[in-house]
Design a binder for this molecule. Structure first.
Ligand code: C2O
Ligand code: CU
Length: 486
């Protein structure tokens, strides 16, 4: 089984008006793909790589872990070793880095202490994406000194929201995250959702050379769209097979950790019941056949596996047009779910889900405007800006505590997933009312040529970053800083 993407340029799906450089790249990539082997299947544990960071603290309300970032290797394709950078569990002697890194897990209200060591050959920081925490533990160059090779840093925060989050470096993100430095962070809560399995699916793609190694070729298309790989991986592998009980109910939590790829998920014949967004449960679950995840976003869904024993279900991603005539490669398989013997039925779903209250605002609430633009006049060096400034040459935005309405105007020719650190927001619909159902987001896809409004409760002093989560865009200017006075 394989998740290698049929590349346009070698197929009949090439769009006529794509730029020349694009066409050429597609042909080169297509050739490289011909020699790629198919990946085999294996069983997928609930935790990626089967591993969770070891909790070394005996206090049930404290999760204390040792996290190491280091060089290592990983077989993206069977039997083909790739050099990667990744995380490993420093509390387990002899542990190796895994892709994704071992999951950090705790329960709502826990205190988390992470003793981090940087064994990489360059400096880094670790950012806890979506976690609301004190600013000095946010893990960006705006909140701490970069950690040099061989250096250490202790991160400490409390888990104040339940849901799926993730962590990754916040320096040269387009390179460090692409090399494998990313891992999920799951915060459990007693939410009354009775399921046969609670699975985490970390979605990513990698650009592999025919040797199976990570390609170090970055072309102008990668810079423009965010690097799109030629192999799609779920929890570090392609072509995975998941065993599930027929008739059972499962909870699947998705995070998109890719540099630039959007995942538009479907499970033909089935529907997803969306119960949570980035920051936890939504107030009212809703059903959907397709689920779009821009880079950085998370979704928490319930799937009722009503099929018969022996059924094989395919989770796949279908095309989403995010601008610049990205060609449609057709559906791409992510993994297979094999239904086994019938499982015990789950208890009824609870009557109430999230308890999110609308953030109150009115016409007197301060408004702040962010205009997203791109300048691709030099294709080898595109520049992405917010309010015509390109990071790091920016003027930090000054704010005081209180509620603000943020207007994000996307005046570029492609979508940008806008991410804010330290605070979650509620998204408003075109009429200015909170998007239904009520829920928390920290990353939201702003469609090209449109304006999206968020209501943000600014309640955390410090220097916070906000940026597009297409990592090539963030690293080429589309990043800013918010300074909140205490
Ligand atoms: Cu996922 Cu600024 O981060
Ligand atoms: Cu972007």
């Amino acid at each position: 089984m394989t998740s290698i993407i049929p590349m346009p340029g070698t197929a009949s799906t090439v769009e006529r008006n794509v730029p020349k450089a694009h066409d050429r790249w597609m042909r080169i990539a297509g050739l490289a793909l011909l020699v790629l082997a198919a990946a085999c299947g294996d069983n997928l544990p609930a935790a990626p790589g089967g591993e969770t960071l070891t909790d070394t603290n005996s206090d049930p309300n404290i999760v204390e872990v040792e996290l190491v970032a280091a060089e290592g290797s990983h077989d993206y394709l069977p039997g083909k070793r790739a050099d990667v950078w990744g995380f490993r569990d420093g509390a387990r002697p002899g542990s190796k880095v895994t892709i994704p890194g071992p999951m950090l897990e705790g329960k709502l209200g826990d205190r988390v202490i992470v003793h981090f060591r940087n064994d990489l050959p360059e400096e880094t920081t670790i950012h806890w994406h979506g976690i609301r925490l004190p600013h000095r533990h946010d893990g960006t160059p705006a909140s701490q000194q970069p950690i040099p090779p061989g250096g250490t840093f202790d991160y400490e925060f409390s888990l104040v929201d339940a849901g799926l989050f993730w962590f990754h470096p916040h320096m040269r993100g387009d390179v460090q995250i692409e090399r494998g430095l990313y891992a999920p962070l799951r915060v459990l809560a007693d939410d009354g959702l009775d399921v046969a399995a609670d699975r985490v699916f970390v979605l990513d793609d990698v650009k592999l050379a025919s040797t199976g190694k990570l390609s170090d070729l970055t072309d102008s298309l990668d810079l423009m769209l965010g690097r799109q790989g030629n192999v799609i991986i779920v929890n570090g592998q392609s072509g995975r097979v998941v065993d599930a009980a027929s008739g059972s109910r499962e909870r699947w939590r998705f995070v998109n950790t890719a540099n630039g790829r959007y995942f538009h998920l479907e499970l033909p014949g089935y529907r997803f019941l969306v119960v949570g967004w980035d920051g936890g449960l939504v107030n009212t679950p809703y059903e959907t056949e397709r689920l779009l995840l821009a880079p950085g976003e998370r979704y928490d869904v319930i799937v009722e596996l009503t099929g018969a024993p022996g059924d094989r279900l395919t989770l796949r991603t279908v095309h989403y047009d995010r601008g610049h005539s990205i060609p449609d490669p057709g559906p791409i398989e992510l993994l297979t779910v094999e239904l086994g013997a019938e499982g015990a039925p789950s208890r009824a779903l609870p009557a109430t889900f999230g308890t999110v209250r609308p953030v109150v605002f009115d016409t007197a609430t301060p408004r702040r405007r962010f205009i997203l633009r791109e300048d691709d006049s030099i294709p080898a060096a595109p520049v992405f800006t917010i309010n015509d400034e390109a990071f790091p040459n920016i003027t930090p935005v000054q704010a005081s505590m209180g509620t603000e309405v943020w207007e994000i105007l996307n005046e570029s020719e492609m979508d940008h997933p806008f991410h804010l650190h330290g605070m979650s927001f509620q998204v408003l619909d075109d009429a200015g009312a909170p998007l239904a159902p009520l829920g928390w987001k920290d990353t939201f896809n702003v469609i090209r040529g449109t304006t999206r409004r968020f209501v943000v409760k600014i309640d955390a002093p410090g220097r916070w970053m906000y940026h597009c989560h297409i990592l090539e865009h963030a690293e080429r200017g589309m990043m800013g800083e918010l300074e909140v006075a205490p």
